[in-house]
Design a protein around this ligand. Sequence first.
Ligand code: ADP
Length: 480
Amino acid sequence: MSQNRFLRQQGFINGQWVDADSGETLSVTNPATGEVLGTVPDMGATETRRAIEAAQKAMKPWAARTAGDRAKILRRWFELMMENQDELARLLTLEQGKSLTEAKGEIAYGAAYLEWFAEEGKRAYGEVIPTNDNGKRIVTLRQPVGVVGAITPWNFPSSMITRKIGPALAAGCAVVLKPAAQTPYSAYALAVLAEEAGLPAGLFNVLTGKASAIGGEMTSNEIVRKISFTGSTEVGRTLMAQSASSIKKMSLELGGNAPFIVFDDADIDAAVAGATISKFRNSGQTCVCTNRFYVQAGVYDAFVEKLCAAAQALKIGNGLEDGVQMGPLIDEKAVEKVEQHLSDALSKGARVLTGGNRHALGQTFFEATVVADVTQEMQMCREETFGPLAGVVKFETEEEAIALANDTIFGLAGYFYSRDISRIWRVAEAMETGMVGINTGILSTEVAPFGGIKQSGLGREGSRHGLEDFMEIKYLCMGI
Ligand code: ADP
């Protein structure tokens, strides 16, 4: 492992690789083997404050540069990610567990945010607004929001970072990042490449350590003007409450409870293919993974049978091995949640059709599981399972399916399969989610606005809207 030049075991503050003030460290393990990969510094509020102050200093000259100048560095960073795609992917698989194929895909997807926002930064247009008074002219500018505190999860250890820092840096902001404790090395790897790309010191700081101490400083420090968080709704609520005292801007990409509806008129083979990828990719650990399947009575049996066959065909194993499609879950707690949702469903009348157990490989591997006769009251329909557990509910009418799909506090992604154009419009408009996959199980891309409604979050990442989230509008009223 030591041969991977990206495995850095120090924090990155103001362009320096540093230890925690206390000298304390935390260890990082490989979920597929339980092996300790190394350590990272256990930092807290003091180091966070130092990083925030460095970010504030670095931001001023950065914001004063032209967008084209900033773009050159972001573009170089993108190229370096792609030149090192294999090594970055290997590190990602080691700390996160996903298959190497998915990890390579994530590096390319993550890099694409740097490329996209390098270009979008050049298009941060203001406006000249037709005046209401001939003695005045009305103009708007877009300016960077200020120092950004970013907190990211372990399920996409690289791309959840680039989709925040890409637009933040393109807009002229500086960032202090706290990656998830389980997957810090992919974050530090990005800092290695930031240095190589020529990003000035202090613009991108990365700290690991106590989440509540680092998050507490980020949210209370008045220099930080924006919090960008991806993670659970519970932690999102805490961060929003903590940020209230200094009225920070918030971007929150929180939990989902994605419905996946299959209508009688759907192409069933296509729906099964979409369902398999949407449910089992990253072992079910993405916030847009399907959490609940609703299948119309006429195609229920056929769909369930084919979904079982697809689940059984998935190759489960260490993500580094050839041909593996599904790796382990991130940790023991994640497995316990799957088991809890499953036992709750079984106690209320659901039936396991395939899987249902920890995998023979041990560690945190779990079988790809399909459960039938699921009902809306079961925990697996109310809360995000975040694991390879597919529960299928039968429905009769379109109205019923929409009501079931919307019966949740969450509103991130939703999916449905149909070939009836009128129904496609009706259902797409009725779904209470920020994103709708229609006849597809995959919708993430840097060119489109990713984000949720209801308690799934605030703001959008990706697309031109992702840049706007890191900019303020300034209105100039000019007397002439
Ligand atoms: P998950 O359940 O996916 O781990 P979390 O919301 O717990 O989601 O974690 C997402 C990120 O939020 C991680 O980087 C985690 O360390 C961080 N986090 C957790 N609790 C807090 C907190 N109180 N303050 C700031 N960050 C936190």
